[in-house]
Structure formats: C-alpha cells, structure tokens
Design a protein around this ligand. Structure first.
Ligand code: PEP
Length: 248
C-alpha cells in the first residue's frame, strides 16, 4: 500500500522567523497524522525551520536543488548543502520554475538524478497548461515530461510525482476529483510502461492545484491520488492541518 504524502510548498513566502512560527503552529495539529507530512520552505529558512521541526513528525523539504556537487553556479544550492540541515525532500520542476526560470525536462532530469544520488526524495512536478488541456494535448505533454524528466532513474518508487495542472495552481480552480484521478491513472500507466508495472504501483503520485480543506477529502478518496502538493493553503496552520487530517 502507498502511504499518502501531504507536502506544503511555501514558494517565496515566510521569512525564517515567520516560518518557525508557522511550523510551531502546525506541529501540534498534525502530530497524529496517518500520512507523511512535509513542508518545502525557502532555502534561507531551512536552518531555522529544521531546528524547529526537531521532535515533530514533519519532514523538511526544499524547493530546488542544483545537479552539480559544487562549483560556479551563482544563486544555486547543492544537495549536500540541503542534507546538512536534515532536508529530506526537494521539489523539482515546479511549473513556476519551468515558466519563469527556464526549467526544462532535461534540467528536471539532471536535478532529479542528483537528488536521488544524494539520498534526497525528489517531488517531481508535471502538468499541462490550460491551452494544452483544451486542445486535447494533456496526455502527450505529460508523456514527454515523464519520459524525458524521469529517464535513467533506477528505482522509480524512490521519488514522488506531483501532478499539477498548471491551470489549477493558485487559481482557485481545482481539477475535479475524477479528472485528477483519470490523469494520474494515465501517469501511472505511462510509468508502468517505461519502468515496470510493480514499480508504478509502488510510486506515490500527488495531486496539486488549489487543494484545500474543502476539497481534500473528495480528492484523497480517489484510488490513484496518493497525496497533495499544497501551495496557498499550506501558509495557514489550520488550513494545512485540515488537509493533513483529511481522513479524520
Ligand atoms: C503549488 O504551487 O504547487 C500549488 C499546488 O499551489 P496552490 O495550492 O496554491 O494551487
């Protein structure tokens, strides 16, 4: 059975002290969670939030990692730097990085392989734009992102995939539970074909895109959906906790 995983993506929100206050507010609310709980925080928040998470059941995640071990890559951060502060997860290929920072399937692939080699769990984001969905290209777009972004991975179950339709991110417009379930089913089928059916069965695939306290139960009840990557609703402790506790 796949253990559900709910991860917050704070994006460029919360200074270190705000982040510490937020995780201190979240921790008691999620202490009995039945799923894996993760907060993916801005790089500069990592040391302080890492300290604040000690003794909790919340794991720490980053929002990006470079593929080189070290060197002349101004503004980037390496896997070793993240690991030193107890980071366990890292978001890779978020649509905002693809859209604003030139992330491609090739760089997603390089970052993913580097994260795995360092023992981090990549949360690899894929998803189609509104135009792509409306013109019937969703499956072709996802298949390309999967085949190019995930190639060369030894054990696919060591990553998490986040299916995030770009049109649902930060828009308040959620994919219906059926749409999300069907598309994640397609993603799993493609991964079964590319790797192996057993590996695809073991892989956790999250839904992301305006998931909130009101719609999480219906989304999480879908057989293909193994969790959520949460943007806006991860910034308020009660909202994030309500999603983590979707089964209560
Ligand atoms: C995200 O950024 O990954 C996301 C899903 O954002 P939101 O929940 O705000 O749509």
């Amino acid at each position: 059975m796949r253990k559900p995983i709910i991860a917050g993506n704070w994006k460029m929100n919360n200074t270190a002290s705000e982040g510490v206050a937020l995780v201190k507010a979240i921790a008691p609310l999620v202490k009995d969670a039945n799923c894996d709980v993760v907060v993916c925080v801005p790089a500069i928040d990592i040391p302080a939030v890492s300290e604040a998470l000690k003794g909790t059941n919340i794991a720490l995640g980053a929002q990006n990692v470079h593929f080189a071990e070290k060197g002349a890559f101004t503004g980037e951060i390496s896997a070793a730097m993240l690991k030193e502060y107890g980071v366990r997860y890292v978001i890779i290929g978020h649509s905002e990085r693809r859209q604003y920072f030139g992330e491609t399937d090739e760089t997603v692939n390089k970052r993913t392989l580097a994260a795995l080699a360092a023992g981090l769990t990549p949360i690899v984001c894929i998803g189609e734009s509104l135009e792509e969905r409306e013109t019937g290209k969703t499956e072709a777009v996802l298949e390309k992102q999967i085949r190019e972004g995930l190639k060369g991975i030894d054990d696919i179950a060591k990553i998490v995939v986040a299916y995030e339709p770009v049109w649902a991110i930060g828009t308040g417009r959620t994919a219906t539970a059926q749409q999300a379930n069907e598309t994640i089913g397609f993603i799993r089928k493609t991964i079964a074909d590319m790797f192996c059916p057993k590996c695809a069965e073991a892989l956790r695939i999250q839904y992301g895109g305006s998931m909130n306290a009101g719609n999480c139960k219906e989304l999480m009840a879908m057989p293909e959906i193994d969790g959520g990557l949460i943007g806006g609703a991860s910034l308020k402790a009660p909202d994030f906790a309500a999603i983590v506790n979707y089964d209560k």
